[in-house]
Write a protein that binds this ligand. Structure first.
Ligand code: FMN
Length: 172
């Protein structure tokens, strides 16, 4: 699968088959995150792999009961270890770096036939408690990963047109 195809077939998967994700396959997905660029190549990130059902249930509760967090065989929490760091632009480097790395994960997962779902709607403190994440860190996103009940395939995506989002030489 090339990058174009991975981009086209990736979608948010909220229903998973019961079977687990083999460690060697998960390692490829995690390695795609490791290869991501980061500001100054600081790599101020940690990824916690959660397979334990009780912990997934806890994370599910932290995510307001979103069932995919409990039902996926694996949930990866992406954490910035330096949430206060800002780029010269004022933008959070941690959020930017983790977002790039975790998007690499979603595309590599798609190549492996795995579904993923970004989870940004969760209670930070509850999720940190569930995983023993230190106060100084911040969980940027949770990412359930598993084999989708409905296999990934190219589908029309509900997206704005390029005309609506792109302008040339200045804001429009
Ligand atoms: C930063 C971020 C946070 C998100 N949080 C959630 C979430 O908490 N729960 C959920 O079901 N989907 C979540 N999503 C998935 C979006 O709803 C989804 O990506 C969007 O509707 C486009 O659909 P697609 O991923 O299938 O292309 C999130 C996506 C992003 C990028």
């Amino acid at each position: 699968m090339d990058v174009e195809e991975a981009i086209r077939v990736r979608r948010s998967v909220r229903s998973y088959e019961g079977r687990g994700v083999p460690e060697e396959v998960l390692k490829k997905v995690l390695d795609a995150a490791r290869m991501a660029p980061s500001a100054h190549n600081k790599q101020d990130w940690k990824f916690i792999v959660v397979r334990d059902e009780e912990k997934r249930k806890e994370l599910c509760r932290a995510a307001g009961g979103q069932a995919q967090v409990r039902d996926a065989p694996v949930v990866v929490a992406g954490i910035t270890t330096d949430p206060e760091d800002r780029l010269p632009s004022g933008v959070s480097s941690g959020i930017m770096d983790l977002s790039i790395a975790m998007d690499h994960m979603t595309l590599k997962a798609a190549e492996e036939g795995l579904g993923t779902c970004w989870i940004g709607a969760f209670d930070q403190e509850s999720a940190k408690r569930a995983l023993g994440v230190p106060k100084r860190c911040e969980i940027v996103a949770l990412m359930p990963i598993g084999y989708p009940k409905e296999p990934l395939r190219k589908k029309e995506k509900n997206r704005k047109s390029l005309d609506e989002i792109v302008s040339y030489e200045g804001f429009a």
